[in-house]
Design a protein around this ligand. Sequence first.
Ligand SMILES: Nc1ncnc2c1ncn2[C@@H]1O[C@H](COP(=O)(O)OP(=O)(O)OP(=O)(O)O)[C@@H](O)[C@H]1O
Ligand SMILES: [Mg+2]
Length: 239
Amino acid sequence: MLKVAVFNFKGGTGKSTTTINLGTALATSKRQVLLIDLDGQRTASFGLGMDGKSPTTLDWLADKKSVTPLATQVKHLSLIPGDIGMFRLTAKDDLFTPALSKLTGFDVCLMDCPPSLGVASVQAILASSRVLIPTLCEPAALKGLSEAVELIRGERADISIDVLRVRYKPRLVLTKEADDLLIEAAADLNYRLLHTTIPENIAVAESIAQQKSVIEYASKSSGARAYQSLAKECLKLWK
Ligand SMILES: Nc1ncnc2c1ncn2[C@@H]1O[C@H](COP(=O)(O)OP(=O)(O)OP(=O)(O)O)[C@@H](O)[C@H]1O
Ligand SMILES: [Mg+2]
C-alpha cells in the first residue's frame, strides 16, 4: 500500500478537499483507496457524509479493537473517519507504522493531516512514502510552503514531496509571479511541482456542503476534470 500524507503547515490550503477528490478519482480508476481523516475538524469525513461514524481514527490508533475501514458511497473508496478527540493524541512511540500495517487490501492510502505539525502529522509523515502538499498559488502562501517543506525535510530528509497548486487562477499576474517562485524553489527545496493545477471552481466548494466529491456532484465541472487529471498524473508518478 502506497502511503501518502496530505499536509501543509498552513490552514485552508485544500488538504481535505484534495484528499476527498483525489481519493475518489483514484477509486474511479479502480484502485482500492483508503482515506484516513487525522484532523479533529473532520472536514474529509463530513465531505463524504460520514462524520460521526465509528470506528474513528482514534479507535484505530488506540488499537482497542480491530478496525475495519468503512465503505463510502464511492466504489473502491473506504474511510477511517476523524475524531474530535484527536487533540488528546500523545505518543512517544510510533503508533502509525504498526496500525497501517494491519490495514490490508488497499493500493493507496491518503492521510488528511491537520494544519499543524502535531503528533498526528509528524507520525503520518514519518510512516509515509510521499507527502502531497496542496498550496494556494499566491506569493504570500509560498512562505508557508517553504516552511512546510523544511519541517518535513527535518523529519525525513529523503521523502518525496509533491506540490499541488489549488484554487488556481491562471489569468492573474499574482499567479504568474507565484508560479515563477514555485518553479525556482522546486530545485532549491527539492520538491516536484505537479503539472496538474486545480482551478478555483465553485462546484468544488459546493460539493463539500453537499457531502459528495466534486466528481459525483458535478462530473463535468472544471474541478472534477482537474482532479481526474491529477489522479492520472499521480498514478504515473507514484508507480
Ligand atoms: N478548487 C477550489 N475551488 C473553490 N474552493 C475551494 C477549492 N478547493 C478548496 N476550496 C475551499 O477552500 C476552503 C478550504 O479547503 P479545505 O478545507 O480543503 O482546506 P484544508 O487545507 O483542509 O483546511 P484546514 O487546514 O482547516 O484543514 C474550503 O471552504 C473549500 O471548499
Ligand atoms: Mg482540512
